[in-house]
Design a protein around this ligand. Structure first.
Ligand code: SAM
Length: 283
């Protein structure tokens, strides 16, 4: 990615930060199974020193903080100032003493070799500018035999939480075809793709596990529409190109498409993710 495009991508995350803060409680609940999967795959336990890469509004750092306990520690990282600010505010609000935060990009980690036991990233690897360099960096800063684990979305078709609204909006706004290697939520949905990157970067014992779960929350279709169209930068951009008069029709079409996932005031979408893990080999 050329530097200008990279800055644009980070600006988009900067604009998203306030929505990731606004929906903090819902996001924590909806994506909790992803954190649980990461913790299990990376064998995170009491007393460990854990690096979180691309921590966004604070997950999985906040959850891992209580798992590693007072004898362990978490280093939250994210390249976007707005994300670091909202995560720091939450760490302060909870009075957590074992979490530190650093603003940095995955491909240039400001830590000495072998600083951490484990490195993890929840829903961030697909946005890394240079994934092989980023994984090499993660491996550099963990100790021998330590785990690196990333959780990413599976195919769009298996994730209607994203596709229901996006597909409807795409019928009304022209969307140019995307480079499959460009940063995007579904960049690593193809089985083996991220695993290949871990292997290229020098990880050993690379394993890919499919995680099927449900995205549950007690929200209405209206609240779901608002959440999706606020949290997603690509949807915000597309919506801005629509004529206001088109909105009611589009919102209705999205509600019709989403209705089957809403029953008695509760939302429940099937979801699919991949957890890709490897270990640092002895040099
Ligand atoms: C979908 S959010 C996920 C945030 C959080 N881990 C979660 O699961 O809620 C993606 C995060 O990746 C971060 N990100 C984007 N480019 C990155 C990079 N080059 N290195 C590390 N993180 C990056 C964004 O700033 C954003 O906070």
């Amino acid at each position: 990615m050329i530097p200008e495009e990279h800055n644009k991508a980070l600006d988009a995350w900067q604009d998203s930060a306030r929505y990731w803060d606004k929906y903090r409680a819902l996001i924590a609940q909806m994506f909790a199974p992803l954190t649980a999967g990461l913790v299990e795959e990376a064998r995170i336990g009491i007393g460990q020193e854990v690096l979180d890469i691309g921590g966004g509004n604070g997950e999985p750092s906040l959850t891992i903080s209580s798992i590693v306990g007072p004898t362990g520690s978490v280093m939250y990282t994210d390249p976007v100032a707005g994300m670091v600010e909202i995560a720091q505010a939450e760490v302060d609000r909870r009075g957590l003493t074992n979490v530190q935060l650093r603003q940095c990009s995955a491909d240039d980690l400001p830590f000495a070799d072998r600083t951490f036991d484990v490195a993890v990233g929840r829903l961030s690897a697909m946005f890394f500018v240079d994934p092989v360099t980023a994984v090499r960096e993660a491996l550099r800063v963990i100790r021998e035999d330590g785990y690196v684990s990333f959780v990413v979305w599976g195919p769009k078709e298996a994730n209607p939480f994203f596709s229901t609204v996006a597909d409807v909006i795409d019928r009304f706004v022209e969307s140019p075809p995307q480079d499959p290697d460009a940063p995007d939520a579904f960049r690593f949905a193809v089985p083996g793709k991220l695993a290949g990157i871990l292997k290229n970067a020098g990880a050993k014992n690379v394993i890919e596990r499919q995680l099927n779960f449900e995205i549950n929350a007690a929200i209405s279709i209206d609240q779901f529409w608002q959440l999706r169209t606020e949290m997603s930068e690509s949807l915000r951009t597309k919506m801005a190109r629509l004529a206001p008069a088109q909105l009611p029709t589009i919102k209705q079409a999205a509600a019709d498409a989403a209705r089957r996932y809403f029953e008695s005031g509760t939302m429940s979408f099937p979801a699919e993710a991949l957890i890709v893990s490897g270990r640092k080999s002895a040099l």
